[in-house]
Design a protein around this ligand. Sequence first.
Ligand code: SF4
Length: 327
Amino acid sequence: MSDSLLEVRGLTKHYPIYGGILMKQVAKVYAASQVTFSLKKGETLGLVGESGCGKSTVGRTLLKLYRPTGGQIFFEGKEITDLSEKEMRPLRQDMQIIFQDPFESLNSRHTVGKILEEPFLVHKVGTPQEREKRIVELLDRVGLPERARHKYPHEFSGGQRQRIGIARAIALRPKLIICDEPVSALDVSIQSQIVNLLLELQKEMNMSYLFIAHDLSVVKHVSDRVAVMYLGKIVELTTAERIYEKAMHPYTKSLLSAIPVPDPTKRAEIQALKGEVPSPRNPPSGCHFHTRCPFAKDVCRTKVPEFKEEATEHFSACHFSQELKDQ
Ligand code: SF4
């Protein structure tokens, strides 16, 4: 665990659903189950899956914005799973999040200057003069002019608001940033600018990113490794290079087939995904993917596939990973 910044072991988040006259628990939403991965210093792990697969829940649960139902979280070797909010406070400097919609996360009644000063005030960092200097530096670093600090979030475009969200996230020089679909709401032309800014900042500050996205094309250029989630579970995890060249899991292969390629015959053999993601309230038995998998056999309906290392640094949860890897 020496060069590991974050270790997540068996992280589980289930939401109870209450009903009836007595408001008893009648069901559960299985948002995330047995999620295990690690993140090294300076590394980016892409976390990918369709909407509702639990990836944002994982990001927020490991920051302790949601209370985990089970599993363990270690940050710099120290277990933080059961820390109280008060105990977490000093660590929050090191663990930040960038949201998909910065408009919702930025206080619309505060100027940008006030928004950017808040992390310094909360963590009692710097004198007023030092904070002012730092705010100007932050704006400059994310590509916004000094006068931006006197304006309000609604006076900016979506891309500029995301720059403000990034400035706030890096204000205290964190070690980890959860990038929760940071470019999904932006125009394609703006997406690459924001991705490039995040990459530059990562290099300068040696930060680790958990980069959440709903398709593999977005994480392709930013990730060192990629984890693919389906209905609350990681189904495949390996290096970015291998996930694009040697994907084993049928779900990953289906996601890959959705990425446009210059040669349309190249991925013709891979079936595109059909149907909707089943409800996480009532996930299918056995392998959760069996209702949509073109390779499903009887065993897939009854037996949960083990998430295991099928090749060096390549984990997959499919009964037939070896047979299907070359298909
Ligand atoms: Fe498909 Fe079966 Fe593998 Fe699940 S275990 S991905 S249903 S082949």
